[in-house]
Write a protein that binds this ligand. Structure first.
Ligand code: NDP
Length: 475
């Protein structure tokens, strides 16, 4: 019998996704540019072999799938996807669906979606999160495309998705680029989450002078509390791991230069383009960039020295560590609130009607930012679907009020101690500016009017929009 679905690209993600699909009882045809990889993949598939149809040519591959054919493309993002689509097209028939499951820029997805209009073929842009393990045993899947094309793949995707309390972490989120946009923001939030964890680690390492093992213990304790999440769990594990080469803590042997592939940067760019503050994500992207300037930083340390602040003083270590836990929770709320605000703006901008409670729901399991916290976000958005921001929903307003004091104390201690906490500080700055009804932009408006006659609105509503600055001003 014909395969239910096809998959192109047997790299790390594609191979695991294909095994997951086969394991759930689906018959799947697979193809890879390098034929040897296809042969090896099939040979190693063990008991799943009989459900996998290895194909060595595109013709053979297309013929092996039941029409209308859903074809997952899981290859290197970028131009290779366009090339792969072009290679496929002549062999496809009306109704067939090309599904890009890589980390595409949603603007490329929108272009690809549009390029197939009136061809009878359709396109799905599908964000997949969870890394290798997720792909194999249950990822979180964010789908964008037509609702009809989703109906064709819903059953297979539901079978392979991660489950949270039995609910599958997959959903159709909207037309064209909706799925890849949401995946991008997922990654942006992931950047912020990881950076904030790294900053807290920095305070424990350079402030409290704790060993990696001891810090791992702290994260382990937090993972059993309100911060319970995959990222906190793996942070404990990486901190406690030993380098097989030297016997030292593994993290102490890893160069402090973070890589990035673009999704964090795209999140920040899209947020800026729409005028939505996403300072936590921006701080995290910038922190990765500064991390990569290793030589410059070493030179600067020689020239400027570390801040001359004296010994990092903590009166009550246990209370300080509890403050760190609450500070991380508060900062995390800020980053998620920003991410959801960006999605809410994009939803209007691109006409998607992105379902916020559903997005939080499908992130509860399978993906990298999975956590108990996302269940609370699901519930907050379900109860207050029209809230302007996560932090003004009743549940999160209460949480912010409870934890922002700790964030303030921790950011203050870090700043006074000369330790960099750009993402934690950005969350505090966000709360402090967002909750203040009367800000300071009146001065900016006055300055703009002074040098550029831009005009301003008055607090009393009077019909006078320029200041008494006089004329003949320099531009
Ligand atoms: P790998 O590097 O493991 O595999 C790359 C795959 O792409 C190979 O099958 C390769 O084929 C194929 N490929 C590369 N260039 C072309 C081309 N021009 N034409 C046809 N096929 C090509 O990548 P991953 O599996 O890690 O990633 C795949 C996608 O999934 C990427 O978009 C990535 O961003 C995304 N992703 C990755 C995650 C991860 O944790 N790794 C998580 C979520 C998404 P060949 O064998 O012939 O070289």
């Amino acid at each position: 019998s014909q395969a239910e679905i096809g998959l192109i690209g047997l790299g790390v993600m594609g191979a695991n996704l294909a095994l997951n699909i086969a394991e759930k009882g689906n018959r799947i045809a697979v193809f890879n540019r390098t034929v040897e990889t296809t042969r090896k993949f099939h040979a190693d598939a063990g008991e799943l072999k009989s459900r996998i149809v290895p194909c060595e040519t595109i013709e053979e591959f297309v013929a092996a799938i039941r029409p209308p054919r859903p074809i997952i493309i899981m290859i290197k993002a970028g131009e290779s996807v366009d090339q792969q689509m072009e290679a496929l097209k002549p062999h496809l028939a009306s109704g067939d669906i090309m599904i890009d499951a890589g980390n595409a820029n949603f603007r490329d997805t929108m272009r690809r979606f549009d390029s197939l209009k009136d061809t009878g073929l359709t396109f799905i842009g599908m964000g997949v999160s969870g890394g290798e393990e997720g792909a194999r045993h249950g990822p979180s899947i964010m789908v964008g495309g037509t609702e009809e094309s989703y109906a064709r793949v819903e059953e297979v995707l539901t079978s392979i998705a991660a489950k949270y309390d039995g609910e599958p972490c997959v959903a159709w989120l909207g037309e064209n680029g909706a799925g890849h946009f949401v995946k991008t923001i997922h990654n942006g939030i992931e950047y912020a989450d990881m950076q904030m964890i790294a900053e807290i680690y920095g305070i424990l390492r350079d402030g409290l002078r704790m060993t990696a093992e001891e810090i791992g213990e702290v994260f382990g304790t937090w993972n059993r509390g309100r911060l319970n999440s995959y990222l906190i769990e793996i942070t404990e594990k990486v901190l406690k791991a030993t380098d097989p080469l030297t016997g030292k803590p593994m993290v102490d042997m890893i160069l402090d230069k973070a890589g990035q592939k673009g999704t964090g940067k795209w999140s920040a760019i899209e947020a800026q383009t729409m005028g939505v503050p996403a300072t936590g994500i921006e701080a995290a992207v910038a922190a990765r960039s500064i991390s990569s300037m290793k030589e410059e930083r070493e030179t600067a340390e020689k020239i400027l020295g570390l801040p001359s602040v004296g010994e990092f003083q903590v009166a009550d270590k246990a209370a300080f560590i509890t403050d760190l836990e609450n500070a991380l929770l508060a900062a995390k709320i800020g980053a998620y609130a920003q991410g959801f605000a960006v999605m809410s703006a994009a939803s209007k901008e691109f006409g998607w009607s992105l379902p916020m409670p559903t997005i939080a729901r499908i992130w509860r399991a399978g993906c990298i930012i999975r956590s108990q916290f996302l269940d609370e976000i699901t519930s907050a958005f379900t109860k207050a679907p029209d809230a302007a921001n996560l932090i003004v929903t009743p549940a999160f307003a209460a949480l912010v009020k409870e934890t922002d004091g700790a964030l303030r104390r921790i950011v203050s201690a870090a700043v006074l101690g000369g330790l960099p906490v750009p993402a934690l500080a950005s969350a505090l700055g966000y709360f402090d500016s967002y909750r203040r009804g009367r800000g300071t932009a009146n001065v900016i408006q006055a300055q703009r009017d002074f040098f550029g006659a831009h005009g301003f609105d008055r607090v009393d509503g009077a019909d006078s929009h320029h200041g008494p600055w006089g004329s003949g001003l320099n531009g």
